[in-house]
Design a protein around this ligand. Structure first.
Ligand code: COA
Length: 314
């Protein structure tokens, strides 16, 4: 039995930047409205040569390099996504191949915006239980493929990108117990019929209310289960759904001013399963996060599904 922790973090941002001014006409909106209601100024939108597989592979490659590993040492790949264009085979099997693993176990997780934290929880248990030694967990989305650019409730929110971590044995435990669950009574609030079709719909006001009030409790439970006090926390990295949801959660948790809060959504949009590892990698790159920092992750989305855990940064 080995204690699991994060060994490396990586991400991939599509090249094309799309400011609010480019999308407002199609939804009869304004840059000011979008910034006020969501915090989003611009987002990255993938081009035809940037796919779930290519973006996920790029993020994973960086995470594996930063973990100081050879891809052949990766024995499991977990991909959290809702926008891989094939129902089967999985994006993970292709990414495991492109990455250069030695036929690693590979599977996708469907837990929408909560998928990455589900993947980290599963990976930690795989390492703890001895089923795998080095697991790559990837959150990747090309939501522009499934979002209708004329839908006022979603077109300005959703975007594309990928983030990844390597989970493996460490000297001290780096991943706290997960607090997770689902509320199938609210099954229809966010849904998409299938890959490749722009059918994503969201009842934004209901999702907003649920996330703002319920997720703060889940986040506090994750801290409690990890035995970490609010005053010992360095970073708060919630799913980048909407800056107003982040603000409401921080208030409800009475988060101290000393805790640095991820705000990647401002120029990345809401990238669903990719948003937490993208935000984490950004904070590391900007010097807002340092090795040994304790970060509270909380993810929530369609299902409705949620998962939260405290991780120590590599
Ligand atoms: C989408 C969201 C920003 C909308 O904000 P909101 O304050 O709930 O907006 P509402 O839908 O209640 O609409 C408020 C007003 O803005 C208008 N409006 C709606 N969409 C608009 C748009 N894109 N541009 C301009 N005005 C818009 C509405 O017509 C309404 O006008 P009215 O007051 O005159 O009737 C918000 O609901 C949200 O962020 N929800 C959660 C998103 C989320 O986290 N999703 C991912 C979960 S994983």
């Amino acid at each position: 039995m080995s204690e699991p922790g994060l060994l490396g973090v990586g991400s991939y941002r599509p090249a094309r930047i799309v400011p609010n001014s480019e999308i407002v006409d199609a939804i009869d909106s304004t840059d000011e409205w979008i910034q006020q209601r969501s915090g989003i100024r611009e987002r990255r939108i993938a081009g035809p040569d940037e796919s779930v597989v290519s973006m996920g592979t790029a993020a994973a490659r960086t995470a594996v390099e930063r973990a100081g590993l050879d891809p052949q040492q990766v024995d499991c790949v977990i991909v959290a996504t809702v926008s891989h264009p094939l129902a089967t085979p999985s994006a993970a099997a292709r990414i495991a191949f492109e990455l250069g693993t030695d036929q690693a176990a590979a599977f996708d997780v469907s837990a929408a915006c909560a998928g990455f934290c589900h993947g980290v929880a599963v990976a930690a248990d795989l390492v703890r239980g001895g089923s795998a030694r080095h697991v790559v967990v990837i959150g990747v989305e090309k939501l522009s493929d499934i979002t209708d650019p004329h839908d006022r409730g979603t077109a300005f929110i959703f975007a594309d990108g990928a983030g990844a971590v390597v989970v493996g044995p460490t000297e001290s435990a780096g991943i706290g117990p997960v607090v997770w669950g689902s509320d199938g009574e609210q099954y229809d609030l966010i849904r998409s019929i299938g890959p490749g079709e722009p059918t994503l719909t969201m009842q934004g006001r209901e999702v907003f209310r649920w996330a703002s009030y319920s997720m703060a409790k889940v986040a506090l439970q994750a801290l409690d289960r990890a035995g970490v006090g609010l005053d010992e926390l360095d970073l708060f990295v919630p799913h980048q759904a909407n800056n107003r949801i982040t603000d409401a959660m921080a208030r409800a948790m009475s988060l101290p001013d000393t805790v640095r809060i991820a705000r990647d959504i401002v120029d990345a949009g809401n990238t669903s399963a990719a948003s937490i590892p993208l935000a984490l990698d950004r904070m590391i790159a900007d010097g807002d996060a340092r090795p040994g920092d304790r970060a509270l992750l909380v993810a929530f989305g369609a299902g409705l599904s949620y998962a939260a855990q405290v991780v120590t940064l590599p």
